[in-house]
Structure formats: structure tokens, C-alpha cells
Design a protein around this ligand. Structure first.
Ligand SMILES: [Zn+2]
Length: 319
């Protein structure tokens, strides 16, 4: 038996319910992605539905306990033997990439492969030279598809803007439908946001209950389409609204009189303290407050006077 199945339940983090891509079992061990993408699935439901479900970073991924073995290459200019194509497609769907559709003129499977390559490679955007759209028999993309820490493509949950909830973060993006589904990302990013929220709550909000929770927005679009700015396509970056002295947030710059530096500092430090969670790194924090830059916790980047940007580093592959 594959050893990743054996530790499957030990990595479950205790979430009561969550939204994620989930598959309907049509027979033992075989799953189809026929349910609506954001169906609520409880731990109990998922357990009973997927006897072979792999618990990956707190998320159930049916089928992952069986590594894919390819007889030849799949995708752009690949041999594309039917059974190989089927295996790769099902795995990508199980990981959440069935929603990817950033180029309507490109073959769907090729889009999913390219996107997965960009994500697992830690690239900020799709780049022709980095993602060739093909899964080779012994290549790195196949290793990532079989990795126990393969990146899932998932929505960030709501969080809570009420500090008393104890989560420490609020998914502001979800309250703004005009911006589309701009709250998708890797489970790596979601894990870091949740970790930072908890740290911020415990280390700062508990003693300063009138301060705002971390209001996050601008992750990546559900289907992987590129939006207005870079670093927000492959689910490895998130923006934070600036906290204000009156306990609200957003709509200001670091030069505004009502900007709350102490709270901004606590937010950035919370993210930085999560460096290393499940091997995930903090690649950079962009924010132009020169006081905080001098303190060494963020760096200057054009366009970052009115928000903080956190970019993460992908972890090393774990088979
Ligand atoms: Zn950003």
C-alpha cells in the first residue's frame, strides 16, 4: 500500500466543513467531478464518500493514494495514449484544476497542465518558457501530480470580520461580486492566510480587540484568467487592506493621518511568523511605508502605497 494513504487522516486539521472540488463516487475508488464545484462537504460526508480519500493539508482528495504511472507523455505534442490522458485529467480535476479555462482557444487539458506547471513551479504568471503543457513519463510535472503536497486549487473561505470569531482574517473579496471570483488560490496560500490570521488574533487582536482583522482581497481568479496586475494569477499572492485608527480598513495610503502603523506591522509580522508552515515560504512582502521598510519587514514596489502584498514560495516537493 502506498504510504501516503497511511498518514492520510493524520494531516486532517479539524475543519468542520469547507468548500472544495469534490467527486461523486460512481464505484469503489472511481470518482467523477460531476458535482457543483463549491458544494459544502463535511468531514463525515467526505470520509464516507471516499474510502480511499487522501487528506492533503486538511482537504480530502479522492484517488491521490494511487500514484499515476504513465506509459508515455500527455498534453501538447505528447503521445496522448487514452489511458494516460484519462489518468492525468482525473488527477488534475481531483486537485481542483477542472475549473481552469483561461484561453478558450486552447485544449482544456493542455490549459490545466500548463496552469498546474506554473503553480507547482512557483511561477507568478503563465509563461510559455516555463510551462510546456506536457506531462512526461518521468518528468517533474508528474512528480508534482503524485506529490503528497501537490498544490490544490481552492477558494479561500469567508473568514470573519468580527474579531471575536478568533479567525483573525476576513475574505473581503467575496463581498464584492463585481470583482468576480477573485478569491481562488493554492491551498498553500490558504494555509498561510489562516496561519497568519490565527497568529495575528492570538498575538495582537486578543490584546487590542478594537483593531480590525486582516482584510484580504485579490488572490487569483477561479478560472486562472489574468487580472489587472501581476502576481495574482497562480494562487501564490494576496493583498491586504491598510488598517485605520478607527478600527476599519482600506481606502487610505500609508501617508494618511488615519493609517494605523502598529496594526499594519502586526499583520505583516503575523504573515512572516508563518514562514515554514508545511514548508511554505514567504517570498516577499511589498508595502511602501518607509518606517516598516527600515525595520526590514517589507520592501518597496511600485503601486503599493495603499495595500500590502504578500507573495509566497512553494514548498519542496514531498513524494
Ligand atoms: Zn498584490
Amino acid at each position: 500500500m502506498n504510504n501516503r494513504f497511511l498518514h492520510a487522516h493524520s494531516v486532517y486539521t479539524g475543519l468542520e466543513s469547507f468548500s472544495r472540488p469534490f467527486e461523486t463516487p460512481v464505484e469503489a475508488g472511481v470518482y467523477h467531478t460531476s458535482r457543483p464545484f463549491e458544494e459544502k462537504v463535511t468531514f463525515k460526508d467526505a470520509k464516507s464518500a471516499g474510502a480511499t480519500a487522501q487528506w492533503l493539508g486538511g482537504w480530502p482528495v479522492p484517488g491521490l493514494s494511487i500514484p499515476i504511472v504513465l506509459s508515455d507523455s500527455v498534453g501538447r505534442n505528447g503521445k496522448n495514449i487514452a489511458s494516460d490522458v484519462d489518468a492525468v485529467q482525473k488527477r488534475l480535476e481531483a486537485l481542483g484544476y477542472g475549473v481552469i479555462n483561461f484561453d478558450k482557444n486552447m485544449d482544456k487539458l493542455e490549459q490545466m497542465i500548463r496552469f498546474f506547471q506554473a503553480v507547482s513551479g512557483g511561477f507568478r504568471n503563465l509563461n510559455e518558457s516555463n510551462d510546456d503543457g506536457r506531462v512526461d513519463k518521468d518528468g517533474n510535472t508528474l512528480k508534482w501530480l503524485n506529490a503528497s503536497n501537490a498544490p490544490l486549487w481552492i477558494p479561500l473561505d469567508d473568514g470573519d470580520k468580527d474579531a471575536s470569531a478568533g479567525l483573525g482574517y476576513y475574505n473581503f473579496e467575496k463581498s464584492d461580486p463585481s470583482d468576480g471570483d477573485f478569491y481562488y488560490g493554492t491551498n498553500w496560500l490558504v494555509d498561510i492566510i489562516k496561519c497568519a490570521g490565527k497568529k495575528y488574533n492570538d498575538d495582537y487582536l486578543a490584546a487590542n480587540p478594537a483593531k480590525p482583522v486582516i482584510w484580504v482581497n485579490d488572490l487569483s481568479l477561479k478560472d486562472g484568467t489574468k487580472k489587472d496586475h501581476t502576481e495574482h494569477q497562480t494562487g501564490l499572492g494576496v493583498d491586504i487592506r491598510l488598517p485605520k485608527n478607527d478600527g476599519s480598513s482600506g481606502g487610505i495610503t500609508y501617508n494618511s493621518t488615519d493609517y494605523d502603523r502598529d496594526t499594519a506591522r502586526a499583520m505583516i509580522k503575523a504573515f512572516r511568523s508563518c514562514e515554514g508552515t508545511k514548508g511554505i515560504g514567504i517570498k516577499h512582502v511589498f508595502f511602501n511605508d518607509d518606517v516598516l521598510i527600515k525595520e526590514g519587514i517589507c520592501s518597496y514596489a511600485k503601486g503599493h502605497n495603499d495595500h500590502i502584498h504578500v507573495g509566497i514560495k512553494s514548498p519542496s516537493l514531498v513524494l
